[in-house]
Design a protein around this ligand. Structure first.
Ligand code: ADP
Ligand code: MG
Length: 264
């Protein structure tokens, strides 16, 4: 089970090249962060993964099936995409209605609907807001409504586009809890983020993009250790890791606790 991009190129209808020869494989259950400056091709890459966009050349497969051979709705059922801005995704007039959109559309039984919605509500922590109009909710809560709505479909891969933007520390803790639960269930979590602390704390693998290509792909400690990659992708090391460098410590540790132990 995996999402596989093989030598994928994508041009928007106006001719702009957005993804240039990307090959990438993400296995079931992985946690992958895609990083890089604006315009690097990150959002286009994940939209290719969930079938919203189809490659101009090259091949994208999800669990062995070419995304060109099925509808976007079918691909998106396995590969859920949570938009950066929840307002682009939420349309119902109350939270429960948003969660029940897919069950209604697909004409699920009452029992299946209740079971899946209950699970999604639990994982996204939005139980208190079911009868509220999403427009009346703070941005951070709306994000969890958007996450809950895609979890109803029990996707095998979940893509979160800039999920930490606009979250306070409580929101961040809840997000990490949701990600942990998804991983426990074997769901792959793919994020696009500028938040290197979030990457260091919650992800195992980093894909760095620059100029519409993948310039590094590997364990978090390894990619953050490469000065050239950091420069080309205009990335900042997580603060604790930079501190370790400044102190001249020979370590690939990224967390403040690990580094404090080394200074001891
Ligand atoms: N809808 C679009 N039409 C034309 N060009 C686009 C469109 N969306 C993105 N691009 C271009 O494609 C390139 C990659 O964009 P994008 O995938 O959004 O990168 P990122 O998410 O890393 O910021 C950029 O040069 C951007 O200007
Ligand atoms: Mg983007």
């Amino acid at each position: 089970m995996s999402i596989e991009l093989t030598d994928v190129t994508f041009r928007y209808p106006d001719g702009s090249l957005a993804v240039d020869g990307v090959s990438l494989r993400i296995d079931a259950g992985e946690r992958v962060a895609i990083v890089g400056q604006n315009g690097a091709g990150k959002t286009t890459t994940v939209k290719l993964m969930n079938g919203l966009l189809k490659p101009t050349s090259g091949v994208v497969t999800v669990d062995g099936i070419d995304t060109r051979s099925q509808t976007t709705a079918t691909t998106a059922r396995s590969v859920a995409y949570v938009f950066q801005n929840p307002d682009d995704q939420i349309f119902a007039s109350d939270v429960l209605g948003e969660l029940e959109y897919m069950p209604r559309y697909d004409k699920w039984s009452e029992e299946k609907t209740r079971e899946r919605v209950t699970r999604a509500v639990r994982m996204s922590g939005i139980g208190k807001f079911l009868d509220v109009n999403p427009n009346d909710l703070p941005f951070a809560i709306k994000k969890f409504v958007a996450i809950g709505a895609v979890l109803v479909g029990e996707p095998r891969y979940v893509i979160l586009d800039e999920p930490t933007a606009g979250l306070d520390s409580r929101g961040l803790a809840l997000l990490n809890r949701t990600i942990g639960q998804l991983q426990d269930e074997g769901v792959a979590v793919i994020t696009i983020t500028h938040d290197m602390r979030f990457v260091a704390d919650s992800f195992h693998r980093v894909v760095a993009m620059a100029h519409r290509q993948v310039i590094a792909d590997g364990p978090v400690e390894e990619v953050f250790g490469q000065d050239g990659t950091l420069r080309d992708a205009r990335l900042q090391r997580p603060e604790a890791a930079q501190l370790a460098r400044d102190l001249g410590l020979q370590t690939t540790a990224l967390g403040i606790d690990e580094i404090a132990a080394l200074i001891g």
